[in-house]
Design a protein around this ligand. Structure first.
Ligand SMILES: *Cc1c(COP(=O)(O)O)cnc(C)c1O
Length: 426
């Protein structure tokens, strides 16, 4: 039994924590089996409680862009910890990281730090509503913006243009203010604007979707959304919790040359500590309390340890001029290797990739939206996932997730991965 201790720990955890996990996808429900309990991680590797090593393609779901236990982040946190872990007062380091983030990301003047991506998106939407004095928002099927009520919405049936709760506990009232459109489908967006004239505060989108697998925007979709927002007086919110500081220093805005009104961050910006943030130009950010009327707060927001980790992370990204080039090269190498062996092994597959985000879908046709992603063959993915895991390659336990490439990966690691994929898909 190769996951002996993990399975014992999982049984015990389930006695005290719902499903044994503090975030559902960790439970391996969509692939079956026992989640590995990780004991430690360094660079590109995870080590589980059974002492097995894995090449990690999840990287804490994104944050570990530079690898696990990245020394400058570890050192910064240790040093800060010695001076106290939380004060509930302003600290100088908050301004330092804010100044750096604002210098790296286009089109933002000010940034507010929170504790998670969920909080960032939730607050961004409140700010957009306050600023525009409108109540409805548009989100896309298959995009994830955290677990706050406004985002746990599915498409309504029949002729209704508004959504319905996708989780018990979300009220119908909340659901009515979230309109659902299809990713990469401009008409679905235009129809919503038609049917809800002067009521839509904002469109929120993952500029490169990563939560239905990696799904890039096609046919200038983001540019067209920018135009539709401008024509209708709505704000464009880029949820860059996944793409921010990953696709480029300035995230998807920089990569695609599109200007968002509000940008949300999480994951990489915290260097592995709980951090989220949202940012915009002055005119919008000054709507926030204590300057403006839109309320938003947090006891641990801007926490010194979290800011130290985030600052060390952003400094590393900002000063390493070759980083994004290396990430692109490594991920392109992996993509080419995977394409070669999957083709040789006569698999039906689609690979989507933007920079260091990559997904393998076991399906026939291009994956450009949620419906396409849902066609990816689940039994085949399960076998693929477990085959990789048993051979020491850790990818996300769901076909709706992206692989996150870290700079800590060596070409030997990538070759090992491609070799394992060859074996598993034979
Ligand atoms: C992870 C993620 C979130 C939620 O962030 P949490 O820190 O898990 O709350 C929001 N949006 C996107 C695009 C994400 O990938």
């Amino acid at each position: 039994m190769i996951y002996q201790r993990s399975s014992e720990l999982f049984v015990e955890a389930q006695n005290y924590i719902p499903g044994g996990v503090n975030s559902p996808v960790r439970a391996f429900k969509s692939v079956g089996g026992t989640p590995i309990f990780v004991n430690e991680a360094k660079g590109a590797y995870l080590y589980d409680e059974d002492g097995r090593r894995y090449i990690d393609y999840i990287n804490s779901w994104g944050p570990m862009l530079l690898g696990h236990a990245y020394q400058p982040v570890v050192d910064a946190v240790i040093e800060k910890t010695k001076k106290g872990t939380s004060f509930g007062t302003p600290t100088e380091i908050e301004t330092e990281i804010a100044k750096l983030a604002v210098s790296m990301v286009p089109n933002i003047d000010k940034i507010r730090f929170v504790n998670s991506g969920t909080e960032a998106c939730m607050s961004a939407v409140r700010l957009a509503r306050g600023f525009t004095n409108r109540e409805k928002i548009i989100k896309f099927r298959g995009c994830y913006h955290g677990h706050s009520d406004s985002f746990l919405i599915a498409a309504g049936s029949g002729l209704s243009t508004f959504g319905v709760p996708s989780s018990p506990g979300v009220t119908k009232g909340t659901a009515q203010d979230t309109l659902l459109a299809n990713f990469n489908d401009l008409n679905s967006v235009k129809e919503l604007f038609e049917a809800n004239k002067n009521e839509i505060a904002a469109i929120i989108i993952e500029p490169v979707a990563g939560n239905m697998g990696c799904v890039p925007p096609v046919n200038n979709f983001l540019q067209k959304l920018r135009e539709v927002c401008d024509e209708n007086g709505a704000l464009l919110i880029f949820d860059e919790v996944m793409t921010g500081f990953r696709l480029a220093k300035g995230g998807a805005q920089e990569l695609f040359g599109i200007k968002a009104d509000i940008v949300c961050f999480g994951k990489v910006i915290g260097g592995g500590l709980p951090v989220g943030a949202f940012a915009a130009r002055n005119e919008i950010m000054d709507y926030l309390a204590p300057v403006g009327p839109v309320y938003q707060a947090g006891t641990l927001s801007g926490n010194p340890l979290a800011m130290a980790a985030g600052l060390a992370m952003l400094q590393a990204i900002n000063t390493d001029t070759e980083l994004f080039h290396r990430l692109e090269e490594k991920t392109a190498y992996l993509e080419a290797g995977l394409r070669k062996v999957l083709t040789e092994n006569k698999k039906t597959f689609v690979i989507n990739r933007v920079g260091s985000m990559i997904s393998v879908f076991f399906c026939e046709n291009a994956v450009e939206n949620y419906e396409d992603a849902a066609k990816a063959d689940t039994p085949e993915f399960k076998a693929f996932f477990h085959g990789l895991l048993e051979r020491g390659i850790y990818i996300a336990p769901s076909s709706y997730e992206t692989w996150f490439i870290t700079d800590a990966l060596s070409y030997e690691d990538l070759d090992e991965t491609i070799k394992v994929v060859t074996e598993v898909t034979k």
